[in-house]
Design a binder for this molecule. Structure first.
Ligand SMILES: Cc1ncc(COP(=O)(O)O)c(C=O)c1O
Length: 404
């Protein structure tokens, strides 16, 4: 320990102020994401263990299925080990194979494209719209060829894509639409839950999502003719689900499939979360609104871009993003926030420029997808994020742009 002699009292106060500011920064440590717990998760897991039901397709799995089927009015819900798996199931159920083309937005997570690439399809990447990162509905038609077997839409941040336009086009060309609603649980397109509009939809319950079980997903099957096939694919290509219901006396290998179903411990955890879904939805919608209001003045000055929520979309408060003028500014802002205890992040990296797909892509520039890749920044967002924390973050953003 040392002693600092300060002759000039002005210096003393400056040092003190600096120390206080440093303490404040250290004190403020706002994570990007914080999963919440209701307390019921552990109880239900214990119940599964005590009852000796810990493999998949048990009582909690069925409760979760019933929850979504009743709440969304969908034909069939199947829990999966992830949204990636739900999308892989969708590709399998649509019999996607080599020579087929699938239209997918470039600005998305790898799983959206991987699911179809794994079956040998050629991925035809579409651009995002200028108003938000969702697929540009107007850009789809020119990508359709006689080989197009599916259109996959991603409801970015739980903000619905323009489904009337997309479904009309898809129906005209008789092409199924799969909705990647990984971020979209409880968000609506008009009055319809995301994932319930296309032939199939997929949700994610990854740790970063509004409702979570660590890793998990859900496949919504909206076409009756696919239900039996889906149950079989889900249970490793066997008719075990029918056997468990008592519909058949033995189960056997009847089609292609895999182990897409999660164990009961995961389903029990998820069920504990689902019971709190309304609170989560209300709280997160409040966080979204607070961010929007706090940052609107900066957007009005033209310094940042804010999410555009079209009239037809009712989002679920999944995330909040801003866009900056360019990559340099985005990266400087990320460091500026980080230095002040705010953990912001960026994503996605447009897939048409990815190391894996770049050479397979047809060379078209996708300007909006590239712009979001370069300029989008996600702010901390979780259930329980306080108004004071949102104000603190908004102040830092204002300070950053005032100093520019
Ligand atoms: C748009 C999108 N699709 C799919 C996934 C994959 O979800 P999971 O981690 O549940 O497999 C994610 C992950 O965040 C995603 O953002």
């Amino acid at each position: 320990m040392g002693i600092l002699f300060v002759d000039n009292p002005g210096w003393f106060f400056r040092i003190k102020k600096f120390t206080l500011a440093a303490r404040m920064v250290k004190f403020m440590d706002i994570p990007f994401n914080k999963p919440h717990f209701t307390g019921k998760e552990a109880l239900y897991i214990a119940e599964s263990a005590i009852n000796g039901k810990i493999a998949g397709n048990g009582p909690f799995t069925r409760k979760c299925h019933a929850y979504f089927e009743n709440k969304y009015g969908i034909k069939k819900a199947l829990l999966t080990t992830s949204c990636s798996d739900a999308l892989e199931m969708a590709a399998l159920l649509l019999n996607i194979g080599p020579g087929d083309e699938v239209i997918i937005p470039s600005f998305t997570f790898v799983s959206t494209a991987n699911a179809f690439a794994l079956r040998g399809a050629r991925i035809v990447f579409a651009d995002s719209s200028a108003e938000n990162p969702n697929i540009d509905a107007q850009a789809i038609e020119s990508l359709i060829t006689p080989n197009t077997r599916a259109i996959v839409v991603v409801h970015y941040g739980g903000i619905a894509c323009n489904m009337d336009v997309i479904m009309a086009l898809a129906n005209h060309y008789n092409i199924p639409v799969v909705e990647d609603a990984a971020q979209g649980m409880d968000a609506l397109y008009r009055d319809k839950p995301l994932g319930s509009i296309g032939i199939m939809g997929a949700l994610s319950f990854h740790e970063t999502k509004n409702i979570t079980c660590g890793e998990g997903g859900l496949l919504m099957i909206n076409d009756k003719s696919l239900i039996q096939k889906a149950e079989i694919a889900w249970e490793k290509g066997t008719n075990r689900a029918a056997f468990i219901r008592g519909d058949v006396k033995k189960y056997e290998w009847v089609a292609l499939g895999s182990s897409y179903l999660p164990n009961e411990l995961t389903a029990a955890f998820l069920y504990g979360q689902l019971e709190n879904a309304e609170n989560v939805f209300t709280d997160r919608a409040g966080v979204f609104k607070s961010y929007y209001e706090a940052l609107q003045p900066l957007a009005q000055k033209g310094r940042i871009g804010l999410p555009v929520v079209p009239d037809y979309a009712k989002p679920n408060g999944h995330l909040f993003y801003i866009t900056t003028a360019n990559t340099g500014e985005r990266n400087n802002l990320l460091s500026y926030l980080q230095d002040r205890g705010v953990n912001a992040v960026f994503h996605y990296l447009a897939l048409h420029n990815s190391p894996f797909y770049q050479k397979k892509h047809d060379g078209r520039r996708l300007l909006q997808a590239e712009r979001y890749t370069d300029t989008l920044l996600r702010l901390p967002f979780y259930y329980g994020l306080q108004q004071t924390e949102i104000e603190y973050i908004a102040n830092i953003l204002n300070e950053f742009y005032d100093n520019k």
